[in-house]
Write a protein that binds this ligand. Structure first.
Ligand SMILES: Nc1ncnc2c1ncn2[C@@H]1O[C@H](COP(=O)(O)OP(=O)(O)OP(=O)(O)O)[C@@H](O)[C@H]1O
Ligand SMILES: [Mg+2]
Length: 368
């Protein structure tokens, strides 16, 4: 994408934001929606499963507390989400945005089986077929985001929503900190274990130009997580032993032994990881590169199982069928909630930023 196309994108986004700002309605939520359950909560506010009282339609409402959310930030998230929601692997955002006395809110389609965090057991990876299905769908979502010169910036387990327990349909969500390429980042923005080395090593006075290669790094970390149930490291800094071992091995592969957390993978999968987790961001390959690795085994333990070779053409047919099936049969099934943290001896615990105060503590009143 050239500069004029990028400027054009920025202009379109700004116009959408201005237009939405002027047309934002003030409503009483209680009058229009019935709350079914809370789907997530954090410092920003809540995500609720609701039903529209007249249309009887189930949806997710993301509520952001006005006290802690600038109107521009809310509008940016809503408009970016809307712009991207035509992709089958990006959460659908409905043309429903409003404010109440206490909250800004917008509506999204409901992900009926929760998020990736909720189906991952500590130290236990998902079956290889599921990993490949997730990886392929996410690579396509990221490819689409990046084609619009946007960078998601928060690719992580709890931002990947799922529509069935076997991950036939997964969607990228949470565009809260998504920005256009070139946006200047200050140190320590993003979620640590997923943050790329060029971001982790930023000095206090330095800035980094936002680039899609940051999402690719997080995507590589995420594939490791869902394959093993562990993080490969806590922080991509050399003072972190697990990261240091990986970085050294990346640059001296012919002489050094594969670090132990990576020994579970085949040489083809290691080749793929090296392309996604290349230390130099300019040399990092795009996420969609993983398409080339779907027919080869990823885990040593699965080498003998031919069912794990995901043929890309088959994947495409399967995926379209499943999307049609799942979108016609939206149920209300949800998997376990986010209560555990994942610990393994070799690698780092998986925990979720989405774990927060309990629903009863902070239940928003729909009168507000
Ligand atoms: N459309 C949806 N359908 C089902 N569950 C959802 C939906 N949107 C969000 N959730 C659930 O709510 C959680 C939080 O939502 P989201 O990621 O959008 O908020 P957030 O901005 O991450 O908040 P924070 O990062 O501050 O915790 C998700 O991890 C997911 O479990
Ligand atoms: Mg989130």
């Amino acid at each position: 994408m050239n500069m004029s196309e990028m400027d054009e994108n920025e202009e379109i986004l700004q116009k959408m934001i201005q237009f939405t700002s002027k047309s934002l309605r003030h409503i009483s939520m209680k009058e229009h929606y019935r709350v079914i359950m809370e789907l997530g909560s954090g410092s920003y506010g809540h995500v609720l499963q609701v039903e529209h009282k007249v249309q009887d339609k189930a949806m997710a409402l993301k509520l952001m507390r006005k006290k802690s959310t600038k109107k521009e930030r809310f509008l940016m998230e809503y408009c970016v989400s809307l712009c991207l929601s035509s992709h089958p692997n990006i959460i659908g955002t409905l043309r429903v945005a409003f404010e109440t006395n206490k909250y800004y809110a917008f509506a999204q389609e409901l992900a009926t089986a929760g998020d990736l965090y909720s189906i991952l057991e500590p130290g236990v990876g998902l079956p290889e077929m599921m990993v490949k299905r997730c990886a392929m769908q996410l690579a396509e979502a990221l490819d689409f985001v990046h084609s619009k010169a946007l960078v998601h910036r928060d690719v992580k387990l709890d931002n990947i929503l799922i529509f069935d327990k076997d991950c036939h349909l997964v969607k990228l969500a949470d565009f809260g900190i998504t920005r256009l390429e070139g946006f200047l980042l200050s140190p320590m923005s993003g979620t640590l274990p997923y943050s790329a080395p060029e971001l982790c090593s930023l000095e206090e006075s330095e800035t980094l130009e936002l680039d899609s290669s940051l999402d690719v790094w997080a995507f590589g970390v995420l594939i490791f997580c869902i394959s093993s149930g562990c993080f490969p490291w806590d922080t991509a800094l050399c003072k972190d032993k697990q990261y240091e071992d990986f970085a050294l091995w990346q640059s001296n592969q012919d002489y050094l032994e594969i670090p132990s957390p990576w020994k579970q993978f085949t040489h083809q999968a290691l080749d793929m990881f090296q392309k996604l987790l290349t230390i130099n961001p300019d040399k990092r390959r795009p996420a969609i590169e993983i398409q080339k690795y779907l027919k080869v085994p990823w885990k040593i333990s699965s080498i003998k199982d031919n069912n794990n070779m995901l043929d890309n053409s088959k994947y495409m047919e399967e995926s379209v069928d499943n999307i049609n099936f799942l979108q016609d049969n939206v149920g209300n099934e949800r998997t376990s909630t986010k209560t555990s943290s994942m610990i393994s001896e070799d690698s780092s615990p998986i925990n979720s930023s989405a774990q927060g105060a309990t629903w009863e503590d902070q239940r928003p009143s729909l009168d507000e």
